[in-house]
Design a protein around this ligand. Structure first.
Ligand code: ZN
Length: 242
């Protein structure tokens, strides 16, 4: 079983299309979207449709639920709020219904999928520390726990009987005695300084996991944001990836 797991597309169709091309080239069995399909970017409809056509598991993010009118966005900063207002305006009824059907958390065999912390899938906690990772490993049984939300990719592993540690390699030979917390980063708005779409490939049969980055048409995505009159900082940050 080979999964391609991605998160935080943020209405960036150029980035998502590049990741989907990669998925067909590497012949994955199943695609998983960890949420925040919309918000910030200029192509929410196209991204909702692409996720609907291609992803087998669809998880909801905080921006998705705000755009679909399920939650309020009083806690969002000004730029995010402007973007959510705009997104609500351009999404059709059918798109809103598709977003409302996204799941908060899904367990499939050895894998658990959610947007933020699985401990409280709709609480939108950002996972950054080893203490948070230990709490998650303690509370769940799955061997692979996939999250997004921070837009910063990374893997924390925990060997049975040992403590949690950060994995530095981007390609990992999976150890049968080890569990993994995988932040798959962001497709459409990376924030680790590398302006390439981020996602994870995991092959459960061969036991190999890859944290992938691919170049996409950043200038094309920026142009659409500017054309729609969305805040300039949303276009600028696609290039700086901050
Ligand atoms: Zn996000």
């Amino acid at each position: 079983m080979k999964y391609l797991v991605f998160s935080d597309v943020h209405a960036n169709a150029e980035a998502l299309e590049t990741v989907l091309r990669e998925a067909s080239l590497t012949r994955v069995d199943s695609l998983v979207s960890l949420g925040d399909v919309v918000g910030y970017g200029a192509d929410p409809e196209r991204c909702v449709h692409l996720v609907e056509e291609n992803a087998d598991i669809k998880i909801c993010g905080n921006h998705d639920l705000a755009a679909a009118g399920v939650t309020d966005f009083s806690g969002f900063n000004t730029i995010a709020s402007i973007s959510i207002e705009w997104t609500r305006h351009v999404l059709g009824e059918k798109d809103i219904r598709l977003i409302r059907d996204y799941d908060p958390i899904v367990s499939r065999g050895e894998c658990l999928f959610t947007h933020s912390s699985p401990c409280d899938p709709l609480g939108w906690e950002y996972i950054y520390t080893m203490a948070q990772a230990e709490r998650i490993f303690g509370q769940f049984e799955e061997r692979f726990i996939f999250i997004g939300h921070t837009h910063i990719p990374g893997v924390i592993s925990r060997r049975s009987g040992g403590g949690a540690k950060i994995e530095r390699k981007t390609t990992l030979a999976l150890d049968p005695e080890t569990r993994y917390l995988i932040n798959t980063g962001s497709v459409g708005q990376p924030r680790d300084g590398l302006n390439r779409a981020s996602f994870t490939l995991i092959d459960l049969d061969s036991g190999i996991m890859e944290m992938k980055r691919v170049l996409y048409d950043v200038a094309g995505a920026q142009m659409k944001i500017r054309t729609e009159g969305l805040p300039e900082s949303l276009a600028a940050r696609l290039a700086t990836a901050r």
